[in-house]
Design a protein around this ligand. Structure first.
Ligand code: UGA
Length: 439
């Protein structure tokens, strides 16, 4: 089976590489020539554990190739995935111009029956627009070729993308013909041998499933952040509350970790887009409006704690920031809460020393020379008045606190992810602040 994947971002590249890994012939297409040239030379545009090996292996065995020329690779393909970006427009709605441009190009170059699948996160109704764009392009060529559109949202998590794709919890596919269903069933057969389901449904429901899943997860996080803040005020400890509620399988123990707000390229964008879709249909998504508002406030929680501790006198103080990416195991800085915190510290006249195991290169694009770039966590902490744990990378979990104590100016730790034990740190002579803990 020959498959085309258009867009070599997180979703497209992982999809292409993992499909090739199980034996499918895949051509990944992108308009960015430099990116395609790099991929042909084995250089990946993103850091994602395990991805480089899968890309290299399948590029070498010839099942995975890269091209900038969509029109020349479409003929002969059975399936084309659209996995290009859907950046948020000014009003929060997903901008479909790239998706529809690709649909048009596919319609202009296809030569045989093709299933065109949207994999980008796209609002309900997009498949209809994709269909229209293809049909129009075919009409312009006076061609009456048979094709189907389908929706196959992706649920992979950055940092675990390859593992998530290879062993999915479920695969959701929206189709409106038997023929398209058969093609997708064949494609995904190797991924559901573990008994996990392919859930077939109509296209609108598949499109909505993606948003509903992300919105539910974002809701869990904002809910816990709200509870955490109330815990602080009432003398309760959110770590205990989390364990207390998480053991109820109806609630579950995952995605209920309070922190400094969710970030990344998905939750913030998708929550806004669903609120926007609600507005379009005259339905206020009141829960999601609050989820977003709570998240915006949560990004400021750590700064407020720091400001209170130093009695609003941050001028000339130095802070170490451990972790910059929006979560561990990725270099993705999109909507990273670290940036909000660092900007607030710099605005208050503080100096900032940062360290991240992988994301410093990405973060430099935003922060430039306004912060000092540490060589490791100890270097970042050197001479600091406070250490702020922002991203819970494994290598931050067990630092040598005695060594740190000797090199800091003041032994204060602000733990944005509750990964340290307050009692242990206090015994070692540190003042400790977490999220949602009784003081
Ligand atoms: C998210 C979803 O988890 C994926 O299923 C989905 O496919 C993806 O969006 C997407 O739409 O493409 P991702 O953004 O990679 O994946 O990252 P998550 O692991 O979900 O984390 C998102 C944010 O929530 C991070 O900032 C993380 O620190 C935060 N988070 C997560 C918490 O604050 N608490 C938690 O308990 C869990």
């Amino acid at each position: 089976m020959k498959v085309i994947v258009v867009g070599t971002g997180y979703v497209g590249l992982v999809t292409g590489a993992c499909l090739a890994e199980v034996g499918t012939n895949v051509v990944c297409v992108d308009v960015n020539e430099a990116k395609i040239k790099d991929l042909q030379n084995g250089i990946l545009p993103i850091y994602e554990p395990g991805l480089e090996e899968v890309v290299h292996r399948n590029f070498q065995n010839g099942r995975l190739s890269f091209s900038t020329d969509l029109a020349s690779v479409i003929p002969g393909a059975e399936l084309a995935f659209i996995a290009v970006g859907t950046p948020p427009g000014e009003d929060g709605s997903a901008d479909l111009k790239y998706v529809l441009q690709v649909a048009k190009e596919i319609g202009a170059s296809m030569t045989n029956y093709l299933v065109v699948v949207t994999k980008s996160t796209v609002p309900v109704g997009t498949a209809v627009k994709v269909n229209r764009a293809i049909k129009q392009a075919l009409q312009e060529r006076d061609q009456l070729l048979d094709y189907d559109v389908a929706s196959n949202p992706e649920f992979l998590k950055e940092g675990a993308a390859v593992a998530d794709f290879m062993k999915p919890d479920r695969i959701v596919v929206g189709v409106n013909t038997e023929k398209a269903q058969q093609v997708l069933e064949n494609l995904y057969h190797p991924f559901v041998l573990n008994g996990r389901p392919i859930v077939f449904m109509d296209i609108a429901s598949a499109e909505m499933t993606k948003y509903a899943a992300n919105a539910m997860l974002a809701t869990k996080i904002s809910f816990m952040n709200d509870i955490a803040n109330l815990c602080e005020l009432t003398g309760a400890d959110v770590n205990k509350v989390r364990k207390g509620i998480g053991s109820d399988p109806r609630i579950g123990d995952r995605f209920i970790y309070p922190g400094i707000g969710y970030g990344g390229s998905c939750f913030p964008k998708d929550v806004k887009a669903l609120v926007r879709t609600g507005k379009e249909y005259g339905h206020a998504m009141r829960i999601l409006e609050s989820v977003e508002a709570v998240n915006e406030d949560q990004k400021k929680v750590m700064f407020n704690k720091i400001d209170r501790h130093f009695e609003s006198d941050l001028q000339g103080k130095t802070f170490a920031i451990w972790g910059l990416s929006f979560k561990p195991n990725t270099d993705d800085m999109r909507e990273a809460p670290s940036i909000v915190l660092i900007e607030a510290l710099l605005n208050a006249g503080a100096k900032v020393r940062v360290f991240d195991p992988v994301a410093m290169h990405e973060a430099k694009k935003e922060l430039g020379e306004r912060v000092t770039w540490g060589t490791d966590l100890y270097d970042a902490a050197n001479g600091a008045d406070g250490i702020v744990l922002v991203t819970e990378w494994n290598e931050f979990r067990l630092p040598d606190w005695n060594r740190i104590k000797d090199s800091v100016k003041a032994a204060v730790v602000f733990d944005g992810r509750n990964i340290y034990d307050d009692v242990t740190l206090q015994k070692k002579g540190f003042i400790y602040y977490g999220i949602g803990l009784a003081r």
